[in-house]
Design a protein around this ligand. Structure first.
Ligand code: FA5
Length: 346
């Protein structure tokens, strides 16, 4: 029986040696160390032996059981460690792989244009200020020489805010132009004034290739003792050359805006054809870029400036229209359609 026990031990240890998975190990444990396993059966088989022998063999069998239990624990530990190492290897980060590129954002073309326009004016001594998108009728029209019932109100297709005063008036609106800021700035400062005002404007207008219902303007205002029409021409001419190139020519023609007198429309010779006539300038050789004029004395008086001492000029230009001219963009709606193929080009 000793021999039998020895064989069992050799067989069990050899089998254990060959195990490389947790399932096989469990089967091995059941076969040798389980309640119905080989060792238990061996011990049961000792019952018929004389006491002395039973004791000796029992002790041997228990010794072997402890040995097998010890080996089992060691093998189990080794298998677990191997499995953990395998998982770690699987999830390991390969630091030699090139990184995934993080997409970089960029400024919207309208924002870029606003910055370029403002930079041209700040280099000539203008300050940049901003104002509210929701305005009062007073600043948008009244203070700019456009009283209620004035036909010039039709020039701005206004979006009114649904807010009524006690006497039934609707005095609040989404500003249709940035000109209200002329009044707000002059109310708060004494001359000399030199500001540019970028900002979004809103008009109740059907959109087409050159019209949006929300778009940007940049307003400009310069007021001081002795400012003349020549100062305005010089400033705006210099501005146009900075944006569209040093060889540009400028043309000023009469136009009407109630808050300036005289009022002008400024055009530059077409940078695409040099003035010969092409698709961009609609065969005219000239491209209109802004409205401008000398600030009306009535506007100056309304904010408390003495119009016998102070004079000034104001201008307003469309930002998207200027970018369209500069980059040959054919449809203003491209600015706000979130098409990355368009936006990536700037
Ligand atoms: C004005 O809004 C005057 N406030 C400009 C001004 C300021 C004149 C100071 C004199 C002194 P006008 O409505 O023409 O003017 O608009 C000015 C510019 O805004 C236009 O030349 C155009 O470039 C742009 N603009 C006007 N309406 C739209 C629109 N629906 N979509 C895109 N751009 C527009």
């Amino acid at each position: 029986m000793r021999e039998e026990l020895e064989k069992l031990k050799t067989k069990a240890l050899a089998e254990l040696e060959a195990i490389d998975g947790e399932e096989d190990l469990e089967e091995w444990r059941i076969a040798y160390l389980g309640r119905k396993g080989a060792i238990t059966s061996f011990l049961r088989g000792l019952v018929s032996l004389p006491l002395e022998e039973r004791r000796a063999l029992g002790a041997l069998a228990n010794e072997m059981k402890s040995l097998l239990e010890k080996r089992f624990a060691e093998t189990e530990k080794a298998l677990k460690a191997a499995e953990a190492a395998r998982l770690a290897e699987k999830g390991r980060i390969d630091v030699t792989l090139p990184g995934r590129p993080v997409p970089l954002g960029r400024l919207h073309p309208a924002t870029q244009m606003i910055r370029e326009i403002c930079a041209a004016f700040t280099s000539m001594g203008f300050r940049v200020v901003e104002g509210p998108d929701v305005e009062w009728d007073y600043y948008s029209f009244e203070a700019l020489n456009i009283p209620k019932g004035h036909p010039a109100r039709d020039m701005w297709n206004t979006l009114w805010i649904d807010y009524q005063t006690e006497d039934g008036e609707r005095p609040m609106l989404l500003r249709p132009h940035t000109s209200p800021m002329q009044i707000r700035v002059m109310e708060k400062t004494r001359p000399p004034v030199r500001v540019v005002v970028p900002g979004r404007c809103y008009r109740y207008e059907a959109t087409d290739a050159t019209h949006e219902s929300a778009f940007f303007q940049v307003e400009g205002l310069a007021v001081d003792d002795g400012i003349t029409f020549a100062n305005m021409k010089g400033t705006l001419y210099e501005f146009a050359r900075r944006i569209f190139g040093a060889e540009r020519k400028a043309r000023f023609r009469c136009d009407y805006f109630p808050f300036v007198e005289p009022g002008v429309e400024m055009a530059i010779d077409c940078f695409a054809c040099g003035g010969k006539g092409c698709r961009i300038c609609k065969e005219s050789g000239w491209i209109e870029i802004m409205g401008a004029g000398m600030v009306h004395p009535g506007v100056l008086e309304r904010v408390g400036y003495d119009s016998s001492i102070y004079t000034g000029f104001a201008f307003g230009l469309g930002v998207e229209r200027m970018a369209m001219l500069k980059y040959g963009i054919e449809d203003i709606r491209l600015f706000y359609s979130n098409d990355m193929r368009f936006l990536r080009q700037f």
